[in-house]
Design a protein around this ligand. Structure first.
Ligand code: CAA
Length: 248
């Protein structure tokens, strides 16, 4: 198989860092796509930290909200590492608010960053994967796409849309050696979840049968499983990792 090249969007964030580390440790050539509000130094500092921890990870700027910026990001990674064979669409944001108070900006920001982003990145890599006869795409959704969540009409809509995209694309490319899957993490101990007010978070944790938040490493392990050579028969799936919070 050689060494496969993987691009992880939102690669310097909470889940992204764990995914990059896991894939690097498994022998992939990994690039972390980042935006960081255009703060390139922040991304470089992240890269240096990874290096010190023993992970050799490329960084590539790309604003997932912008189709052309994603194209440039893909070109940069392919120029440095080779054709992208694995794409993890992980970048995402929250702008929680009940709908009664939600602004158009909060709606748009979440839909564009969490859903348009999946098109913006995938469109630039899909034909190469099909032409080479191999590809693995994993889209990161959420338990809240599956069950809904007060304060997240925008997020639940975007994250549900992701799995629709997964199922449609999975059918288009199934015969070409390309699999497309969704992972739906529950509440994972990242900054995003820690931003939820503590009493609300405690209430949520009480509703998780496993009795704790998940870890980013647990999500990374699921991603690694779905992109492995052996997972070629798994496509269009939606793998829940939520500590039993939502079963269906
Ligand atoms: N069930 C039903 N109604 C509820 C409720 C509940 N659990 N909690 C509050 N309400 C009602 C209140 O009674 C109130 O109604 P009235 O106005 O009729 O009294 C109303 O909802 C409160 O609405 P507000 O807009 O005033 O609420 P707020 O501004 O104080 O807080 C919120 C809204 C910021 C969305 C807050 O509820 C919150 O943070 N919720 C958690 C959201 C969440 O889980 N986000 C996940 C982030 S992590 C992530 O997204 C990763 C992932 O994939 C899991």
């Amino acid at each position: 198989m050689g060494t496969r090249v993987a691009l992880v969007t939102g690669g310097t964030g909470g889940l992204g860092t764990a995914i990059c580390q896991r894939l690097a440790a498994s022998g992939y050539k990994v690039a972390a796509g980042y935006n960081s509000g255009g703060d390139h130094d922040k991304a470089k500092a992240w890269q240096a930290e990874q290096k010190a921890a023993g992970f050799d990870i490329q960084i590539a700027f790309g604003d997932v909200r912008d189709f052309d910026s994603c194209g440039r990001c893909v070109e940069e990674v392919q120029g440095q590492l080779g054709p992208i064979e694995v794409l993890i669409n992980n970048a995402g944001i929250t702008r929680d608010s009940t709908l009664r108070k939600m602004t158009k900006e909060q709606w748009d920001a979440v839909l564009v960053s969490n859903l348009d982003s999946v098109f913006n990145m995938t469109r630039h890599v899909i034909n190469g994967m099909v032409d080479r006869g191999f590809g693995r795409i994993v889209n990161v959704s959420s338990v809240n796409a599956q069950k809904g969540q007060l304060g997240q009409t925008n997020y639940a809509a975007a994250k549900s849309g992701i799995h629709g995209f997964t199922k449609a694309l999975a059918q288009e490319v199934a015969r070409k050696g390309v699999t497309v899957n969704t992972v739906s993490p529950g509440y994972i101990a990242t900054k995003m979840v820690m931003a939820v007010a503590q009493e609300i978070r405690d209430e949520i944790i009480r509703g998780i049968p496993v009795g704790r938040l998940g870890t980013p490493e647990e999500v990374a392990a699921a991603v690694a499983f779905l992109i492995s050579e052996e997972s070629g028969f798994i496509t269009g799936a939606n793998l829940s990792l939520n500590g039993g919070q939502h079963m269906f």
